[in-house]
Design a protein around this ligand. Structure first.
Ligand SMILES: [Zn+2]
Length: 754
């Protein structure tokens, strides 16, 4: 009986455990029926709540046997989680239904206890499932079951109890196998040596370097020395499939044996209590390439800081089975900051105060020297006249002491073109998926208008009805408007599965590219305007409802979040000001209210209406005004007020130079960094991507367009084969006559890409 099972016996002890306990009682007679280890005597170790945490993604390279086991492990974990989610959902629905009981907090609590709506009860349910279906125990340990139950409980908890803002989540859903990508591991013990259950990381960074050093490195070089070698020196040279290390020779016995291993990094999992296949050993392939080694040295050099390993899978059409496996290692250390980033943050101007105006498709930032802006949190600090007098001249290039600097972050034309191309490809794939689904489930769809018309015409002329391979009409519905057969019961082809993986990977890359862009822009903004910024506290989800597509392209929320992180990292803060108390876009810096609807992109404070005469870009003026917001309490956005005395002095009475800064960017922020930034080719994800094959031959491209133009060489079932051109060009598989396709063996796995 392995250790892991004996730990969690609080609720229902497994039968095997009971048997052992009873057997022990027979020999020692005196004790009671069952014996447990009992509670911890000392104070439990706890991870500091605000301590630094970094997650490192380690790519796993399983051999076919290990891959098969990993697939089994994920299959078993999903079965258990699905059962738990069904349990949780039905219990939550039963709780919802008893509305009278829920009114009284005491009775509600009792009802929850009776239904088993608690973390403890869900964990016990998980153990019962595990005991009831013994085959799951080949793969899953009780610790894994417990963690899966805890994850399910988190969702239920969010549904049952409101959060700080009074909101609750909906009834937890069951989800699908395709969304199940993570098996949580168990944290290592930080008080007892050699105690780490579930997934463990063994080996050392120096062992890894000793095993896979690049040819140019001197023998016996330490990881630190390798980091100090000249730029451009390769450190690691790992094979594509890493060798599986043999179990280390041990002076001790049993499972502890891996603790004496100091070779290349390897993830080890003991398997379930009934597993008979020994440890699952999967070698790790570290990212190798420019700038990777210092990162690895920072996160992996100290095994004492390793905390927990989760097993994660991610779709990858290049992998056999369509899934790539990763170990996500949580390290109790702050994230690695490259020297260039640290230098950029160190030189960010601290003597400035900026305002940010977020929009659907741009971000406007204006900053002024801190002496001209109100100091926080002291409200209404008097202005310093000498600064105000020495103020604004038109700034053509950003310098740290320029009076007013403005930047507008938008998407460049090249970026917009790239995004448009990406979206076009996405739509194309989506259409192909839909076409494939319709073709495989033709009985579930009606005919399109044109197809119906054609059938009628044939009928009228006495021709037999024609078979329609891809019906173009709507899905057949029941009387209540639901699909006659649920989508998940559809038959899907191999091509469909393959295409869906490609779609998922493309989405993943697009998301990564958006994140990278947001980080780059935030870094650029803070480098120019400093880390003390004020932004209007706006509801971006509302923008998504109105301008979803533009928002999804520009991702203003992601940019603002990245800006918040960057400000904190550079020692400042992004403070939020309430729209209600400031109304930045509806005011002039002189204090006058200048109402503008959304279509008016230019701010004009007319002199004939008694205004100051300021004209400028609407967004930049709102951003400039945000720089003059002061707070009673910076944590409470509703205490924000604009200091118009100051803003009038700096922005409206400054002379002819200033409107330049308020009508166009005076400091450009590069939206994307190096060439790789926009493509989602982040090193962390795609470090082991296979080399791209040479560009496709010309013929295939022509065929793709032929499909678009509806000139297909595929014969429909009731049509004779089209004449083939005698030996001129090779027709790709997809467009060969059907008869040829039946003679070919079906593709073996998903690595057979079209
Ligand atoms: Zn004005």
């Amino acid at each position: 009986m392995p250790q892991s099972a004996s730990l969690y016996t609080a609720g229902g002890a497994p039968t095997a455990m009971r048997n052992i306990a009873e057997a022990a009682d027979e020999t020692t007679v005196t004790a009671g029926a069952r014996r447990f280890r009992g509670k911890n005597k000392g104070p439990a170790w706890k991870r500091p709540a605000d301590g630094p945490v970094t997650v490192v993604r380690l790519r796993l390279t399983p051999d076919p046997a290990a891959r098969h086991r990993l697939e089994g492990l994920f299959g078993a974990a999903w079965k258990l989680k699905k059962a738990l989610k069904h349990d949780a959902r039905s219990r939550a629905l039963a709780y919802e239904a008893a509305h009278r009981r829920r009114r009284n907090p005491g009775r509600a609590k009792l009802w929850r206890t009776r239904l088993g709506l608690s973390r403890d009860a869900l964990e016990r349910a998980a153990y019962r499932h595990l005991d009831a279906s013994r085959h799951l125990k080949h793969h899953l340990s009780k610790a894994v079951a417990m963690h899966l139950a805890d994850e399910v409980w988190t969702g239920v908890e969010r549904h049952l109890f409101p959060d700080a803002s009074g909101r609750r989540h909906g009834v937890p859903k069951v989800g699908s196998w395709w969304e199940f990508t993570r098996i949580p591991g168990r944290a290592r013990s930080h008080t007892t040596a050699r105690k780490w259950e579930t997934f463990r990381l063994h080996g050392t960074l120096s062992g890894h370097l000793a095993g896979h050093a690049a040819p140019g490195l001197p023998d016996g070089v330490s990881p630190r020395q390798a980091a100090e070698s000249a730029p451009g020196t390769g450190v690691l040279a790992q094979p594509r499939t890493m060798p599986v290390p043999p179990p280390p020779r041990s002076r001790g016995r049993g499972k502890g044996v891996w603790w004496e291993y100091d070779g290349a990094l390897t993830v080890v999992y003991g398997g379930g209590p009934d597993g008979r296949r020994g440890d699952l050993v999967v070698p790790v392939r570290l990212p190798q390439g420019a700038g990777q080694w210092p990162h690895l040295l920072h996160t992996l050099a100290d095994p004492q800081a390793w905390h927990k390993v989760d097993l994660v899978r991610r779709r990858d059409p290049a992998e056999p089975g369509g899934w790539a496996y990763e170990a996500h290692l949580m390290v109790l250390k702050p994230a690695f900051v490259p020297a260039s980033t640290a230098a950029r943050r160190a030189t960010a101007p601290t003597g400035r105060r900026g305002g940010v105006d977020g929009n659907v498709s741009n971000l406007a930032v204006v900053s002024v020297p801190a002496g001209q802006a109100p100091a926080d949190p002291i409200p209404g600090e008097p202005a310093r006249p000498e600064r105000a007098a020495a103020a604004p001249t038109r700034t053509t290039e950003a310098s740290p002491d320029a009076a007013v600097i403005s930047s507008k972050v938008t998407m460049s034309d090249a970026e917009q073109t790239r995004i448009a191309r990406r979206e076009r490809k996405r739509r194309g794939r989506q259409r192909a998926l839909e076409r494939s689904r319709r073709a495989s489930n033709a009985a579930q769809y009606g005919l399109s208008k044109r197809q119906r018309k054609r059938q009628r015409r044939r009928q009228a002329t006495g021709l037999p009805p024609r078979q329609v391979p891809v019906p173009g009409g709507p899905r057949l519905l029941r009387a209540d408007g639901k699909p006659r057969r649920s989508y998940r019961r559809d038959t899907v082809s191999k091509t469909y599965l393959r295409l869906r993986v490609r779609q998922a990977v493309a989405d993943q890359r697009a998301a990564q590219s958006r994140k990278t862009r947001a980080r780059h822009s935030a870094g650029g903004i803070v480098a120019v305007h400093g880390p003390s910024l004020v932004i209007e506290d706006c509801d971006i989800s509302g923008w998504f409802r109105l301008w979803g597509r533009a928002c999804a392209r520009f991702t203003p929320g992601m940019l603002i979040t990245a800006l918040e992180h960057e400000c904190r990292a550079a020692g400042g803060r992004l403070v939020r000001a309430s729209t209600r108390t400031t109304a930045l876009s509806q005011h002039c810096p002189c204090g006058r209210r200048v109402p503008k609807h959304l279509g008016m992109r230019t701010h004009r404070c007319r002199t004939e209406d008694g205004g100051c005469g300021l004209t400028g870009d609407r967004d930049l003026i709102a951003a400039a005004l945000a720089a003059f917001v002061h707070f009673q309490d910076p944590d409470d956005p509703s205490t924000a007020r604009v200091d118009y005395t100051l803003s009038r002095r700096v922005l409206c009475t400054a002379g002819p130079g200033l409107p330049g800064a308020l009508s166009e960017s005076t400091a450009l922020i590069p939206t994307t960094g190096a060439s790789g930034a926009g493509t989602g080719n982040a090193a962390a994800i795609h470090h082991t991507r296979r080399r791209r094959r040479s560009p496709r031959p010309r013929e295939r491209r022509q065929v793709a367009s032929a499909r678009r133009n509806r000139i297909s060489t595929v014969s429909t079932p009731d049509e004779p084969c089209p004449p083939t051109t005698a030996g001129t060009t090779v027709t790709p598989d997809r467009h060969r006559p059907r008869t040829r396709l039946f003679n070919r063996p079906p593709p073996q796995d998903l690595s057979n890409r079209p």
